[in-house]
Ligand binder design. Sequence first.
Ligand code: ATR
Length: 283
Amino acid sequence: MRKVCVMGWPISHSRSPLIHNYWIEKYGVADALYERLAVEPEKLAGMLENFGKLSYVGGNVTVPHKEAVFSLLTDVDATARRLKAVNTIVTTPSGLQGRNTDGYGFVVNLLSHGWNPEGGPAVMIGAGGAARAVAAALEEAGVPELRIVNRTSARADTLIGDLGLQRATSYDWDHLDSALQGAGLLVQTTSLGMAGMPPLDIRLDALPLSALVTDIVYTPLITPLLAAAQVRGNVIVDGLGMLLHQAVPGFEAWFGVRPEVTPELRALVLADMGITEEEPGCC
Ligand code: ATR
């Protein structure tokens, strides 16, 4: 049996098993299973030590283990090393390799909606863990300028320094309007707007109507920020596509088949969230 697991604490919310088991069936991958594993922080190191012995050909890593797994693995790819965080593990003959596909998933999702990275400055709200993968991927994708707006601007400065970003500037929260001027993309990376959290309360007046607006929060699918952007006429891209696309490289590495992100897969995950889209959205 070729097993893969997603490790987190808690883990019950993870939709990765749904995605990967759908692909396992769709592509007829024999003797394969993707499991959900609740791993307490103090049991993480022991889990990784026994990973191969437990027949795991790989795994995914989610909150709160991404940084801890990075520090426990010696073999990591360039992106994981840059972000100091791992979301994908591949079991190789020489041991476990850590990778990070979050930024890849983020960018491919936007590109699949027609985003042009060179179309204008990108504005990123937030400078937490999730923002790191997004910021690095935006710069790699070729945005001319990255404007980072965070409540605590010192944290944005730290992010820029840690990642060695070349075209990024930190803006004070009070200067959001000037950051939005002329932007081609607005990205929301904090947990504000997520179910159970307060909404992100910002004015979008200074944002060009040509800018694409996206949120990495996907529960709810249409966050208050996306709803407000859509009402004023901006094109919006919800955060579910990032989750779907970040899963592609891992599946390919474990099972040797590059899976496709399709409207059918998106509908499956949405149905699990209790959402039926009137028109099947893109992915
Ligand atoms: P994650 O790993 O999910 O990104 P995090 O590292 O705790 O979580 O980062 C949370 C982000 O949300 C940060 O950018 C945080 O801003 P600060 O750096 O100023 O703390 C932002 N955030 C959280 N609550 C916020 C609020 N009420 N208003 C504005 N930003 C908020």
